[in-house]
Design a protein around this ligand. Structure first.
Ligand SMILES: [Zn+2]
Length: 279
């Protein structure tokens, strides 16, 4: 664990983000190989991020010329259950058909309680996540508010609930708007009431299908999340290590999985597995 040994060199993982204590901005840690670097401490300072050209699969460590699904080599991308399309569209789970790529992984990750939440990242959206991934998932998306509204027993059930909510609410974040930060706060409790009433029939159908207590209404308090941003970008320029292997600028903020520099923004998650030199 090297703290502040710069320049540091290693393969990127997604940044570790923790909620700040009592209303303070979230804490960001850069992870490159075994190195950890407190990014909040670097706000306002120049930084340089250079891709060495090497990419290592985040699962097996094998060198790969191209990264698939944000960090995997091609064999892992084709073989792992976590890279299957049913992870993105859980309602298409095919475990019951005996075709899960990794049934044991599926049992551990998909047959676990999932929550359906409302969040405000660039406006109202619906999302799902494993219960254990709260609040990490919200921080990764740059949400400024979030409210868990329903709990279900499996990932597939959360997918069916999400499909239902998509009739009324977006399920995507407009990342440019999220980074610009001009996002009006929402009354998530009121949105919850409105949506639960509007989708009452659809939720009843799911309970009929999966059992009366399969889709449980949660009575949680909304969470507010704050990010360390000195200056939000007015014009969002996207930086890309594939096109520009060396990125240098002043760190103006951290939001979602993005670094906000004075000359552009970069989604570090997209470059998981990329070996970089950071200074
Ligand atoms: Zn691999």
């Amino acid at each position: 664990m090297g703290e502040l040994i710069t320049p540091l060199r290693g393969c990127l993982s997604k940044m570790a983000i923790e909620p700040g204590a009592s209303g303070a901005p979230a804490r960001y840690t850069l992870r490159a190989g075994e190195h950890r670097l407190d990014l909040n401490a670097r706000l306002g300072q120049p930084l340089r991020l250079a891709h060495t050209g090497a990419i290592a699969c985040t699962h097996c460590g094998r060198a790969t010329r191209k990264s698939f699904a944000q960090g995997y080599c091609y064999p892992c991308f084709k073989r792992l259950a976590q890279c299957d399309t049913c992870i993105v569209r859980p309602e298409t789970c095919h475990f019951h058909a005996g075709t899960c790529r990794e049934p044991e992984w599926g049992e551990r990750h998909c047959f676990q309680p999932h929550v359906v939440y409302l969040a405000n990242s660039s406006g109202l959206k619906v999302g799902i996540t494993r219960k254990t991934q709260v609040p990490t998932r919200w921080l990764d998306q740059g949400a400024i508010q979030a409210l868990p509204i329903l709990e279900v027993d499996t990932r597939q059930q959360s997918g069916f609930v999400e499909v239902l909510f998509k009739e009324q609410v977006a399920d995507r974040t407009n990342w440019r708007a999220m980074l610009k930060g001009d996002v009006a706060p929402l009354d998530l409790r009121a949105e919850r009431e409105r949506l639960l009433a509007a989708l009452d029939g659809g939720l009843a159908n799911l309970r009929e299908r999966f059992g009366l207590d399969a889709v449980r209404v949660l009575d949680a308090e909304p969470v507010t999340l704050d990010y360390p941003v000195l200056e939000a970008p007015t014009k969002v320029v996207s930086l890309n290590l594939d096109k520009t292997p060396e990125i240098a600028g002043t760190l103006l903020g951290l939001k979602g999985q993005y670094l906000i520099l004075d000359n552009g923004v970069i989604n570090l998650r997209k470059f998981t597995g990329y070996e970089v030199v950071f200074e």
